[in-house]
Design a protein around this ligand. Structure first.
Ligand SMILES: Cc1cc2nc3c(=O)[nH]c(=O)nc-3n(C[C@H](O)[C@H](O)[C@H](O)COP(=O)(O)O)c2cc1C
Length: 167
């Protein structure tokens, strides 16, 4: 898939078939995340793969989008390692790039994925559930699977509405 085509055809996918996601694909998606740019190349991202049904059920309880996690055969929780940070804004920008790379990689591999942010209201509970140290701060949960049904449509503002100036 051409990069530009993948970028425009990626959609958030919230419904999945029950088919498990091969571990190699999950690792490929994480690897794509790690190839995002980061300030000073500090690579502050860390990841936890969750496929276990019982753990997923508990994870699902921590977001109003519980149906997405319940239906997704795999989730990747994405953390920032606070001990590696050097600049709050820049490190968070790097995390966004990382997560977007993951979504695009999932799409390129024929999988569906969605970035779940609402669960951040329970970031501490997610960290505790996964048994991770305090320096790991949750940035998102990416729910993944083989897409079920047609992909949703989405819209964007016109360029004229977002382009502030052209000098
Ligand atoms: C920071 C962030 C948080 C998001 N949180 C959620 C979420 O909690 N639940 C959800 O279903 N989608 C979530 N999304 C996905 C957006 O709803 C989606 O990207 C947007 O509606 C555009 O649709 P598209 O991705 O299909 O183009 C989130 C996206 C971002 C970037």
């Amino acid at each position: 898939m051409e990069l530009i085509e993948g970028l425009y055809t990626r959609r958030s996918v919230r419904q999945f078939t029950g088919q498990p996601v091969e571990r190699e694909l999950l690792l490929e998606i994480i690897k794509a995340g790690t190839w995002a740019p980061s300030g000073l190349n500090n690579q502050p991202w860390r990841f936890a793969i969750v496929q276990d049904a019982a753990v997923r059920a508990n994870l699902a309880k921590l977001t109003k989008y519980h149906f997405v996690i319940e239906g997704a055969p795999a989730c990747i929780a994405v953390f920032i390692d606070k001990s590696l940070m050097y600049h709050d804004t820049k490190d968070h920008q790097a995390m966004g790039a990382c997560i977007q790379n993951m979504l695009l990689a999932a799409h390129a591999l024929g999988l569906g994925a969605v970035w779940l942010g609402e669960i951040l209201k329970n970031a501490e509970a997610v960290r505790a559930l996964l048994g991770l140290p305090e320096q790991m701060e949750l940035m998102a949960v990416v729910a993944l699977g083989h897409p079920a049904g047609k992909s949703h449509t989405s819209t964007r503002k016109d360029l004229a509405d977002v382009l502030l100036k052209e000098l």
